[in-house]
Design a protein around this ligand. Sequence first.
Ligand SMILES: Cc1cc2nc3c(=O)[nH]c(=O)nc-3n(C[C@H](O)[C@H](O)[C@H](O)COP(=O)(O)OP(=O)(O)OC[C@H]3O[C@@H](n4cnc5c(N)ncnc54)[C@H](O)[C@@H]3O)c2cc1C
Length: 435
Amino acid sequence: MLPDRKMCASRTRPPHRSGFDPLPVVIIGNGPSGICLSYLLSGYIPYFRRDSIHPHPILQRKLEEAPGVSILDQSIEGSMVTLSRGEWMGLPDLPFKDWLKQKRRGLRNNRATAEDIAQYYQHYVMKKGLQKNFKCGTVVTSVRKVSAENVSNHEQKGLQVNSDSLWNFNEKSAEVFQVDGFFKTVRGDKEPFSLYAESVVLATGTYDSPTWLGVKGENLSYIHHQLSALEEAVKNNCIGITSDPVLIVGAGLTAADAILFAHHCNIPVIHVFRRRVSDPGLIFNQLPKMMYPEYHKVHQMMKEQTAACAGPYECYVSLPEHHVLSFGKDKKCIFQDKNGCQKVYKISMALVLTGSNPNLSFLPNNGIDLAMDNGQPVNPKRNPIDVDPFTYECTQEKGLYALGPLAGDNFVRFVQGGALAVASSLLKKANKNPP
Ligand SMILES: Cc1cc2nc3c(=O)[nH]c(=O)nc-3n(C[C@H](O)[C@H](O)[C@H](O)COP(=O)(O)OP(=O)(O)OC[C@H]3O[C@@H](n4cnc5c(N)ncnc54)[C@H](O)[C@@H]3O)c2cc1C
C-alpha cells in the first residue's frame, strides 16, 4: 500500500527532488491495520470532539486540554492503544452500525458476520477514497535495509507514486529499505517489482501460516489446516452424511466454527483437543453465554458427548485431553489420551485448527530478531514484535514499523491506536525540516 500525498499537501510545500527518490513509506498488508493507517496518511486528521466522552478519565482530561490540536500532533502518554472507538470492528469516521443500516441489515446479538465485515472494509476503502493507495494482488517477498548510495541510480518501477511527491525529503537517509515482490496478473503470471522506501510498515497480520501438529503423516492430502477446506469438500459433494467422520483438532473458535458447520450439514465429527472441558483457559469458559449461544452449544457438546459417555448430540464425539499421534495413508489416525491409552479411528478428512502464526519469511531471519524475545519466532500472544509504544517503530530496526496483532494488538479496536502512533511518527519525520 502506498501513502497518499494529500496529507502532506496540507502540511508542507513540495521540495524539488531529482535522481533517486525512495517512497516515503510502504505499508505491507490490506487488513484493518493497513486500511486505518492509509486513512490517517491520506489527509484525514483526527481531532477531539468537544461533546465526546472517552471512557478513560485520564485520557479524557488530556484530550480536553488541547481540543484545537490534532490528535496526531499530541503526545498522549501511555494511552495510545486505548484511543479506539466503541465498535469492535469499525474503522474511524464510518460506524459499522451505520453502514449495516444502509445495507438494511442488522446485528445478531450485537455481532456481525465475517462477510459483512469484509464488505464493510472494502466499502470503507472506496468511501474514503483510498483505493489508489492499494495495489491489489501484490505479494512482498523480501524487505532488506540497504545503503542509499548503492541504489542512487535505481529507477522505481511499477509501484512508484508521481515524482512530485509532496512528502518532505530535505534530509536524505543513509539507509533505505529495498522491498521486492511480485504482482499477480489477471492471467495468473507473476510480475516482479523492486522498490525503495524510507519507512516500511508491517501490517501483515498473523493468519498466514496455520499451526501444524508436527506429527507423522500430517502432509497427507486429506489433512487440512483451514476451515475453508471443509466448506469446499461439502460444496463439491466430496463429503456428506454417510461419510466417515471428519476429524477436527483444536478447541478454539475456528475449531468451534468447523464443528457448527459440520453439525449444520449433518456430517459426523470426531473432536480431539488437549485440554479439559472445564479448563479456565479454554475460550468457551471465558465467553458470556448470552452473547455467544452457538459457541456455548459447542461447549456443551464437548462436555456431554464424549466417546466414553453418549449424550444427546448425534454425529459428534468429543475426545478431551487427547492428542493426535499419527495420520495413516489409509485415513486411519491414532490418538492418545493423557494416560497413554491409544485409539484408532478411520476418518474422511482432518482439519487441524490449532491457531496460526505470522508469515514473516520476507524479513531477514523470519523477523525473529525483531521480537520481544529475539530467540523465538514472532507470536501475537506470547512474543509480539518489540515496538516503541508511542511510535510503533521496531526497537531493533529504525524505519520499520509493526501494527495490529504483530505488535500484540489482537483486536481491531486496538488497531486504530497503533495506526495513529505510526502516522504521527511518520509525519514528524517527514516534516522535520520544513522548507
Ligand atoms: C476467526 C477470527 C475471528 C476474529 N474475530 C474478531 C472479533 O470478533 N473482534 C476483533 O476485534 N478481532 C477479531 N479477530 C482478529 C482480527 O481479525 C485481527 O485483529 C485483524 O484482522 C488484524 O488486522 P491486520 O490488518 O493487522 O491483519 P490482517 O487482517 O490479517 O491483514 C493482513 C493482510 O496482509 C496480507 N499479507 C500478509 N503477508 C503479506 C505479504 N508478504 N505481502 C502482501 N500482503 C501480505 C494478508 O494476506 C492479509 O490480507 C478475529 C480473527 C479471526 C481469525
